[in-house]
Design a protein around this ligand. Structure first.
Ligand SMILES: Nc1ncnc2c1ncn2[C@@H]1O[C@H](COP(=O)(O)OP(=O)(O)OP(=O)(O)O)[C@@H](O)[C@H]1O
Ligand SMILES: [Mg+2]
Length: 417
C-alpha cells in the first residue's frame, strides 16, 4: 500500500503559505505585527502533531538507531525594500531568544544548532480595497535556525565508545603495570648491586687481618734460627709465603678496583697529551714479553689535557692489558688520540672480539664474558668497571664497539674544560 501521509516539504509549504498571507494582511493594514506572530504560532500548533508524526516516519526510514528530535526556531522576520534594506521589523531577537516555529518541543539549552537559514522572497498578492482589486508586492527576510536534540546522547556516545574506552584503559593499565614492574626491578637490581658491593668490601676487609697475621707468622718462622727445618719444610714455608702474598695482592686489587667514581679523589694536573700517551705506550711496550705484538700510534696532537695522571694511566693500561689478554696471534693494537669537542683516545685491537649481547654488561662490576675461548684467561672482571669509574670521575664517557673474531675498539672521551 502506498504511504499517503504528506511529506515534510508539503507541510512546510502549508505554513509558509499561511505565513505569507498573514504578512500580506499586515502589509495591507488589516492586522497588527503581534497578530502575525500569534496567528502563525496558532496555525503551526494545529499542524505540529502531523509534522512530528511525518518527521518521525522519515526518521525511521533512515534507521539511525536512536531518537533524534528536531525543531525550527525563528530569529528574525523583516520586511525590506527591493534591494534588501530593512523597512519594517516584524520580529527580531538575539539567536537564543527566537520562538518555536514547528517541530518537537525542547528547550533551547537541550538542543544543538545544526544549521541556520535565511529565506528571502518577494511576494505579490491582491486585495480588494474600496471594491477595487489592488496588487501589492513586498520583500521578506525570514531567518530561522534548525536545532536537534538526541535523548540520552551521553549514554549513546558512551556505548559507541565503550570498546575504545576499554582498550584505552587496558593499554593504560598495561603501561602503568610495566612502568611499575620496571621501577621495581630497577630498585631490586640496585639493592642486589649494593649488597654485592658491601659483601665484597666487608669480606675482603675481614680477610686482610688473618692474612697479615699469617704473613707475619711465616716471616717469624723463616727467621727463627732455633728451629732446624728440613729442605722440604723450607720449601713448604716458601710456598705458604708466596701464596699469602698473592692472596693479599688479589684482595688489594678487589678493594682498590671496587671504588665508585664518587669515591675516587682526583688530583688533576695539566699534562701534554702527546708526551703523556707516548710514555705510557712505550712503558707498556717494554713490559710486554711477547715481541709479536705490534702497537701502532696515531697521536698528532700536542695539546694539554687536565687529568689525574695516576688514575688515567690505570684506565688506559686496563684497556691495553685486555687487548693483550684477549688477543689472538699476530695481535695488532692501534692507539689514536684526537681533539674535537673533547679529548678522545681510542684503543683498537684485532683480538677475539665480544658478542653484541654482552657489550652492555661489560662495565659492570665482576662481569666477564662467558666465552669458552677465554676461560683459561684469569681475571676478576673489575678492570673495565674501574676504568669506567675513573673516566666518569673525569666527567667523561667510554664507549665500546666490537665484532666477534674481528676485534674491539674502546673510546674514551674527556671534556676539555
Ligand atoms: N679487548 C677485548 N677483547 C675481547 N674481550 C674483551 C676485551 N676487553 C675486555 N673483554 C671482555 O670483557 C670482560 C671484562 O673485562 P675486565 O677488564 O673488566 O675484566 P677481566 O679482564 O676479566 O679482569 P680484570 O679485573 O683482571 O681486568 C673480560 O672478561 C673479557 O671477556
Ligand atoms: Mg681486564
Amino acid at each position: 500500500m502506498d504511504d499517503l501521509s504528506p511529506s515534510l516539504d508539503t507541510i512546510n509549504d502549508l505554513w509558509q503559505e499561511k505565513f505569507l498571507s498573514l504578512v500580506a494582511d499586515y502589509f495591507s493594514g488589516q492586522i497588527t505585527k503581534e497578530k502575525i506572530l500569534s496567528n502563525i504560532k496558532e496555525y503551526n500548533n494545529s499542524i505540529n502533531d502531523l509534522y512530528i508524526e511525518t518527521y518521525q516516519k522519515e526518521l525511521k526510514k533512515k534507521e539511525i538507531g536512536y531518537d533524534l528530535k528536531f525543531n525550527k526556531i525563528v530569529n528574525t522576520i523583516i520586511i525590506s525594500d527591493s534591494i534588501g534594506n530593512a523597512r519594517d521589523t516584524i520580529f527580531n531577537s538575539k539567536p537564543k531568544k527566537g520562538f518555536h516555529l514547528i517541530g518537537d518541543k525542547f528547550t533551547i539549552e537541550n538542543g544543538h544548532k545544526v544549521s541556520s537559514s535565511l529565506w528571502l522572497t518577494d511576494h505579490t498578492f491582491k486585495r480588494i480595497i474600496n471594491d477595487e482589486s489592488k496588487s501589492f508586492t513586498y520583500n521578506l527576510q525570514f531567518e530561522t535556525e534548525d536545532r536537534m536534540n538526541i535523548d540520552g546522547w551521553e549514554r549513546i556516545v558512551l556505548r559507541r565508545m565503550a570498546s575504545l574506552l576499554i582498550i584505552s584503559i587496558s593499554i593504560f593499565l598495561l603501561v602503568f603495570g610495566l612502568l611499575f614492574y620496571a621501577i621495581k626491578s630497577f630498585i631490586t637490581q640496585k639493592k642486589i648491586a649494593d649488597i654485592k658491593t658491601d659483601f665484597v668490601n666487608n669480606i675482603t676487609h675481614e680477610l686482610k687481618t688473618p692474612l697479615s697475621t699469617l704473613s707475619l707468622a711465616t716471616k717469624m718462622l723463616k727467621s727463627d734460627k732455633n728451629i732446624s727445618v728440613s729442605e722440604n719444610s723450607k720449601n713448604i714455608v716458601n710456598t705458604i709465603e708466596r701464596q699469602n702474598v698473592r692472596l693479599q695482592k688479589l684482595i688489594d686489587q678487589v678493594l682498590n678496583n671496587s671504588l665508585g667514581y664518587q669515591e675516587i679523589k682526583l688530583n688533576k694536573e695539566t699534562v701534554n697529551s702527546k708526551e703523556y700517551l707516548d710514555t705510557i705506550i712505550n712503558d707498556f711496550q717494554i713490559s710486554l714479553e711477547s715481541k709479536s705484538i705490534q702497537i701502532d700510534k696515531n697521536i698528532q696532537i700536542k695539546q694539554n689535557i687536565n687529568i689525574d695522571k695516576f688514575y688515567f694511566t690505570t684506565a688506559i693500561l686496563n684497556i691495553l692489558e685486555n687487548s693483550v689478554k684477549y688477543g689472538k696471534e699476530n695481535l695488532k693494537i692501534i692507539i689514536k688520540a684526537n681533539y674535537g669537542k673533547d679529548f678522545e683516545v681510542s684503543i683498537s685491537d684485532n683480538g677475539i672480539g665480544i658478542p653484541k649481547k654482552e657489550l652492555k654488561f661489560l662495565f659492570d662490576k665482576f662481569y666477564r664474558v662467558g666465552n669458552k675461548e677465554i676461560h683459561n684467561v684469569k681475571g676478576l672482571g673489575l678492570g673495565l668497571y674501574y676504568t669506567n669509574q675513573i673516566v666518569r670521575a673525569h666527567h667523561g664517557t667510554i664507549e665500546v664497539i666490537s665484532e666477534l673474531n674481528k676485534g674491539t675498539t674502546f673510546t674514551i672521551k674527556i671534556p676539555l674544560q
